[in-house]
Design a protein around this ligand. Structure first.
Ligand code: DC
Length: 221
């Protein structure tokens, strides 16, 4: 039986960086499920389908083949054979992903793919509903969070590093809006699973957070 670790939490809590490093150290596959929602958003934006137009988004799902390929242990996201790993990381796609992720048919569409990867591999899977919906039987569930300001500062630094010139207030406003949308939506809202361990990284450095998560995982292995 494969080992499944679920890490959920709001945008910018450090889930992806921490989960990626922990997975590399432990020899697990890291699965970033947000990238799947982003790939649907990318398809919509690039075909000029509004992510708000639920019926059109749903009617076009059968044209989308999202795929996660693991190349040298690194996740690449493909949409209909095109590697979109970098193109899905823009603020526009972030907001569109939040919108399409509130559509039940989109969640259902991606559910099977996530279950299949987890059944076949030892995974650290991150998202919003992994511990509550996708992998309710995960051997360890972690709810990773940090204050909105701490998360906005990290996202701001990340965007600067990639050569963008972001506006901090806008980054913070986007994070607060996404938190609200993700936790108030009717289907699979962002919430801590009852049996998840809460880990708040507001006061921790990245290295401290990674060490903490790795030692939590080692304890259950
Ligand atoms: O983690 P991220 O920022 O890449 O996620 C993009 C969007 O997808 C985010 O608004 C929440 C949504 N999402 C989700 O609803 N369920 C998941 N398991 C992962 C992401």
């Amino acid at each position: 039986m494969s080992i499944n670790i679920a890490i959920d939490g709001p945008a910018g809590a450090g889930k992806s960086t921490i989960a990626r490093k922990a997975a590399a150290e432990l020899g697990f596959i890291y699965v970033d499920t947000g990238a799947l929602y982003r790939s649907i958003a990318y398809f919509c934006v690039s075909r000029e389908v509004s992510p708000e137009d639920t019926s059109t988004v749903v009617s076009r799902l059968d044209e989308i083949t999202p795929e996660l390929r693991f190349i040298d242990g690194v996740q690449h996201v493909f949409v209909n054979g095109e590697d979109v790993s970098d193109r899905i990381r823009t603020p526009e796609i972030s907001l569109a992903a939040s919108r399409v992720s509130a559509i039940p048919e989109v969640r259902q569409f991606l559910f099977g793919l996530q279950k299949k990867i987890a059944a076949e591999n030892n995974v650290i899977m991150d998202g919003r509903d992994i511990g509550t919906v996708v992998l309710p039987d995960a051997q360890l569930k972690i709810f990773l969070t940090a204050s909105p300001e701490a998360r906005a500062k990290r996202r701001y630094a990340e965007l600067c590093e990639k050569g963008n010139a972001p506006d901090y207030e806008q980054v913070l406003a986007d994070i607060i809006k996404r938190d609200k949308d993700d936790s108030e939506r009717a289907i699979a809202p962002l919430k801590q699973a009852e049996d998840a361990v809460l880990c708040d990284t507001t006061e921790l450095t990245l290295e401290e957070s990674i060490d903490k998560i790795i030692s939590m995982i080692k304890e259950i292995l």
